[in-house]
Design a protein around this ligand. Structure first.
Ligand SMILES: Cc1cc2nc3c(=O)[nH]c(=O)nc-3n(C[C@H](O)[C@H](O)[C@H](O)COP(=O)(O)O)c2cc1C
Length: 256
């Protein structure tokens, strides 16, 4: 089994590794000229962003040549996944794949404009992550299939979400991030960025390929990067995942 994952704060990395098999980082795969993946089962693990998948995951599906008899999609999310299952089914279909199984695990919501990370972490036990993970692992092992119905009502909801997604997942978003005086120019922000969107000179420079994953904000050792409007200054990284692992997943200095 091969699992391709995208992560900013470790939830998806934790789920991908817990499911077993070979885990491959989507940002690293995307730096290859060609992506060829063949296995008995191939899965994607990624976060829900504004009711759909990250832009890079969609681009990955369009670019990769995946050959498998069992293609599955697991989302992590914090509050509600909207019509993300339908997005997965349609993106798979567009890539010439049939989506055999889709699931979702509710975890800490790392969306800083709305959620206070300290509160999210305190309430995490209520989300029963391990129980959901156990059920999904069992489903995948038994090659369970799920059907995603794309009805006119689902399409309507997708259109509503998509309007929000367009606004929220804007590649220029990082231009408005504020870097305060506690920045030591350590470069961690650039190394955890999955989109190679950050360059260091005598300051931190953001380009226009932001995935709006907030990896730079959450993983900054000095907590020096902020949004103009954030629910609180607290930050999050999955307790089972180290900064080193996030760097290893997203850094562009060594290839996949
Ligand atoms: C820009 C952005 C949009 C998000 N949108 C949603 C959403 O629509 N629904 C939801 O439940 N969680 C949403 N989240 C929360 C993430 O899906 C969730 O925290 C995920 O587990 C993060 O995975 P990671 O730790 O692997 O990066 C959003 C997070 C970000 C950064």
């Amino acid at each position: 089994m091969t699992i391709c994952y995208f992560t900013a704060t470790g939830n998806c990395l934790y789920i991908a590794e817990s499911l077993g098999g070979t885990c491959l980082s989507i940002p690293k795969l995307m730096r290859q000229a060609q992506i060829e993946i063949a296995d008995d089962a191939v899965g994607i693990v990624c976060p829900v962003y504004a009711g759909e998948m990250p832009k890079m995951v969609r681009a990955f599906l369009a670019k990769a040549n995946i050959k498998t008899d069992y293609f599955f999609f697991i989302y992590t999310y914090g509050m509600a996944y909207g019509e993300a299952f339908a997005h997965a089914a349609l993106a798979a279909r567009a890539a010439g794949l049939a989506l055999a199984y889709v699931g979702a695990v509710r975890m800490v919501d790392n969306y800083l404009p709305i959620f206070k990370m300290q509160q999210q972490i305190e309430h995490l036990p209520e989300k029963k992550v391990e129980q959901h993970l156990f059920a999904i692992r069992r489903d995948i092992e038994s090659r369970k299939t799920t059907a995603v119905r794309i009805t006119p009502a689902v399409k309507l909801k997708m259109a509503v979400y998509q309007a929000a997604a367009k606004r929220i997942l804007n590649g220029d978003t990082a231009q408005s991030y504020l870097v305060n005086a506690s920045c030591t120019l350590c470069g961690v922000c650039a190394r955890v960025c999955p989109a190679d969107n950050i360059r260091l000179t005598d300051k931190v420079n953001f380009s226009s390929r932001c995935e709006v994953c907030y990896a730079c904000l959450h993983n900054c050792p000095q907590n020096a990067i902020h949004l103009k409007r954030e629910a609180s200054p607290a930050r999050f990284r999955n307790a089972n995942v180290s900064l080193k692992q996030i760097v290893a997943a997203n850094d562009d200095t060594d290839k996949a």
